[in-house]
Ligand binder design. Structure first.
Ligand code: PLP
Length: 369
């Protein structure tokens, strides 16, 4: 199997990130702006610049001594707290070391040469890349003008050929745009009966949108994914959640067991126990994002409306060249998608990081700072 393009790209870029990590730059210890670091500003992977919450960091450190054990009971505790907080039965929840793993498993199980995948365009590409590599037809349905998924067109595409899976990323990566609850309800009511729907809520906590997770108790064709990688700042610690009917979870786990990293479990438990963390980080992110988008708008650069920790800006010229010029000026931003070659994704960083972004952007675009 050849490695899908965007994964290859990701691994190459990961080299950049690792080099920076290797310099030992301090990560933010608290939900405060990260200390100024010598080195490029990284606004490329939709990571949380504040890192794990202080209590989560402490819990992770405290867990190291006990990490010689698998600590299955701790995993059960995290699952139970998550299930209670989301008002779903515990047997409808399964933890993974990151949400990439259930995404990959979903592609492996439910797509293939006879079983197509329907996705938006642009969207997070991991699932589509793996499905394509496995010989599945991937129908890419362009986002609507307002940035929402065109769910009517996606359902039509699913009816056009045998379709195993519809993928909805809400809020969407790269745009941060939203699909409204009524439209998602329409999708679930009108899709082919045998087609499963995977709703990826990696960025949901940054938005004001309701989760679809409550519906997994009523239907067996919906899988909802969450991750601790984004708002909780635990991308490098690795913990994600698949929530679905127990039969779907059994199918996902039929591809093999993978015990969970103990420090990630400890950090997740502490994060779930901090009632202020989500509202505080959501607000902080929204303020910095809105200020940045307003600054861009005043200079004539439009963005798709976002409710996540990323946005897409139209740079009105080749996006890849623009991103390279930004990197040359010390600010590493995300990439372009083939459907939008003149737009680039930018991760929302701290206020200080976005000030650096504005300085670099003004220089590269030739506009006032
Ligand atoms: N889903 C979406 C929409 C993402 O953007 C990402 C990562 O960027 C993931 C899933 C995978 O995240 P992780 O495996 O760190 O949970």
């Amino acid at each position: 199997m050849t490695l899908p393009t965007s994964r290859r790209h990701f691994l190459q870029l990961a080299g950049v990130g690792l080099a920076v990590a290797g310099t030992g730059l301090p990560r933010a210890a608290a939900a405060q702006p990260a200390p100024a670091a010598a080195g490029p500003v990284l606004l490329n992977f939709n990571e949380c610049p504040y890192g794990p919450a202080p209590a989560a960091q402490q819990a992770a450190r405290d867990s190291i001594a006990g990490s010689g054990r698998y600590q299955f009971a701790l995993a059960g505790q995290v699952r139970d707290v998550f299930a209670t907080q989301n008002a779903v039965p515990a047997d409808h929840v399964r933890l993974y070391p990151g949400s990439s793993e259930p995404l990959n498993r979903a592609a492996t199980l439910w797509t293939g040469p006879q079983s197509a995948l329907v996705v938006a365009d642009p969207t997070f590409e991991a699932l589509g890349d793996l499905a394509a590599a496995r010989g599945a037809q991937v129908s890419k349905v362009p986002l609507r003008e307002d940035g929402a998924h065109d769910l009517r067109a996606m359902v039509a595409a699913a009816h056009a050929r045998p379709t195993g899976l519809i993928y909805v990323c809400n809020p969407n990566n790269p745009t941060g745009s939203i699909s409204a609850p009524a439209e998602l309800a329409w999708l679930l009511a009108n899709k082919p009966a045998s087609t499963r729907v995977l709703v990826d809520e990696a960025y949901l906590q940054y938005s004001d949108q309701p989760s679809l997770i409550g519906q997994i108790a009523q239907r067996d064709d919906l899988i909802v994914l969450r991750t601790f990688s984004k708002l909780y700042g635990m991308a490098g610690l690795r913990l994600g959640v698949a929530a679905a009917h127990p039969e779907r979870l059994r199918e996902l786990s039929s591809l093999g067991e993978n015990p969970l990293p103990v420090p990630a479990l400890a950090a997740a438990l502490a994060s779930l126990g901090d009632a202020q963390l989500v509202p505080q980080r959501r607000l902080q992110n929204a303020q910095v994002r809105q200020a940045t988008i307003a600054w861009l708008g005043k200079r004539g650069f439009s963005c798709v409306p976002s409710e996540a920790n990323c946005f897409v800006v139209d740079v009105q010229r080749d996006g890849s060249a623009f991103a390279k010029a930004m990197a040359d000026n010390g600010v590493v931003i995300g990439r372009s998608w083939p459907i939008w070659p003149q737009r680039v994704r930018v991760t929302v960083g701290t206020e200080a990081e976005m000030a650096a972004f504005r300085r670099a952007f003004a220089k590269v675009a030739g506009v006032p700072a």
